[in-house]
Design a protein around this ligand. Structure first.
Ligand code: PLP
Length: 420
């Protein structure tokens, strides 16, 4: 069955909950064991004394029914064996990185990344001796080979390993795409076959990718060589700008170390938010399709407007390399894009201050259209030289198109541009 069908019932049996058609919200901090031996067996699984993890519900820092149903359904969308949910996208990303990186290791990542992710690598992990190397999103196979060779040398010099290749594609806020297939090929070539584990991937160096901008509908990175897919569920999956949550998905062998750290640290999504996400998943395809159609209409209007310098929209790519990546990896153009207004910060602020339907707010992927100015908001903490290199310019407005009427949105953008 297709994911859109499975979202209505997969992973939940009403018979186990008094026939309740929808899963109740399980507000409990702990679960009663059938007997003492069952309790012991669960803890053997949780502590790693026995393979396979807990066989039932134990304690709400580890898991709960709402979270388990949600994790099962999220895995369906990405064709993953397993998924884990978290209290925010950043909790997911930070626990993922901490699970895989040890002292003196190197992380290789694409750029741009969401500023908090970039900051976590550069400012927090660095305190534990973990260094990083980054490459521009559109890097070619030759460039990727070069950065991985450099990373290996750096790791050897530090006495560590290349612990993870971390991608964000499309990158926030420019929509720059990463060639996941090329990264996967380069990774497999950089690490000798001896290090390749039974699952087919190199054990030491998983490829993780933040798929928040296009997933789960328009990009399926696990099919292109990524091992772990990460989400801010706050965005398209939650989809109503009313919750904060995150997830990762992939083969169970990649999830297990992260689950173990989550069990220790906490950070699992709460039952109420998990329940809301289950409701959101029932409509995620409908919402994303409509938002995608709206964005295509809005961008057709904005393209060539006299106040517009250009668009960073995946439906109107001008760079052949980026177009090739899009053709191979993406199933749609999304509904979040960059609008480059002729001028700079003042012109962007005039545009933003005069929008009436679109709300001036950071975040994206909700039912309502949002607009923001990354250079002075989400990416304010990024050093100017790096902003310049990544194309996060003062005349960039990031727009996330929602599911309103497209003509109303076009009229709103038209009148706001008149104020520029
Ligand atoms: C691409 C991307 N990844 C991760 C995050 C972080 O997600 P959260 O706000 O749910 O922690 C964001 C938030 O804007 C994002 O845009």
């Amino acid at each position: 069955m297709k994911p859109s069908t499975l979202m209505m019932g997969y992973g939940y049996d009403p018979a186990l909950s008094e026939g309740s058609l929808k899963a109740p919200i399980f507000l409990t901090s702990t679960f009663a064991f059938e007997n003492a031996a069952a309790g012991k067996r669960h803890f053997e699984g949780i502590t790693g004394l026995r393979e396979g993890g807990a066989e039932g519900l134990v304690y709400s820092r580890f898991n709960g029914p709402n979270q388990e149903i949600l994790e099962d359904r999220l895995a369906v969308w990405d064709g993953a064996e397993d998924a884990l949910t978290f209290s925010s996208g950043m909790t997911a990303i930070c626990i993922l990185m901490m699970a895989y990186c040890g002292q003196n290791d190197v992380i290789v990542h694409s750029g741009p990344l969401y500023a908090a992710t970039e900051g976590f690598v550069a400012k927090v992990l660095s305190r534990f001796g973990i260094t990083y190397l980054d490459f521009p999103a559109g890097a070619t196979r030759a460039e990727l080979d070069a950065v991985l060779a450099k990373a290996r040398a750096q790791a050897e010099a530090q006495g560590g390993k290349v612990a993870m290749i971390y991608l964000e594609s499309p990158g926030n806020p420019t929509n720059a795409l990463v060639d996941i297939e090329a990264v996967s090929d380069a990774r497999d070539a950089a690490f000798p076959p001896a290090q390749v584990a039974a699952g087919g991937s190199t054990q030491e160096c998983p490829i993780a990718i933040d798929n928040t901008f296009l997933g789960p509908l328009w990009q399926r990175p696990l099919e292109h060589g990524a091992d772990i897919v990460a989400y801010s569920l706050t965005k398209y999956v939650g989809g109503h700008s009313d919750l904060v949550a995150g997830s990762i998905a992939g083969a169970k062998r990649w999830m297990d170390p992260v689950r173990a750290l989550r069990n220790t640290m906490g950070g699992i999504v709460d039952p109420n938010t998990a329940w809301m996400l289950l409701r959101s998943l029932e409509t995620v395809e409908l919402r994303m399709q409509r938002a995608g159609e709206n964005a295509a209409k809005v961008c057709a209007f904005l393209q060539g407007h006299p106040k517009v310098e250009g668009l960073g929209y995946l439906g109107l790519i001008s760079d052949p390399r980026q177009q090739d990546i899009h053709d191979r990896h993406c199933l749609g153009a999304g509904s979040t894009f960059s609008l480059f207004i002729k001028g700079g910060e003042a012109e962007c602020f005039a545009f933003l201050d005069n929008l009436t339907i679109a709300k001036l707010a950071v975040s994206l992927g909700g039912t309502e259209t949002l607009a923001s100015h990354p250079a002075s908001m989400t990416h304010l903490s990024v050093p100017q030289a790096r902003k310049d290199m990544l194309g996060i310019t003062d005349n960039l407005v990031r727009i996330s198109v929602g599911i309103e009427d497209a003509d109303d949105l076009i009229a709103d953008f038209a009148q706001a541009l008149e104020h520029v």
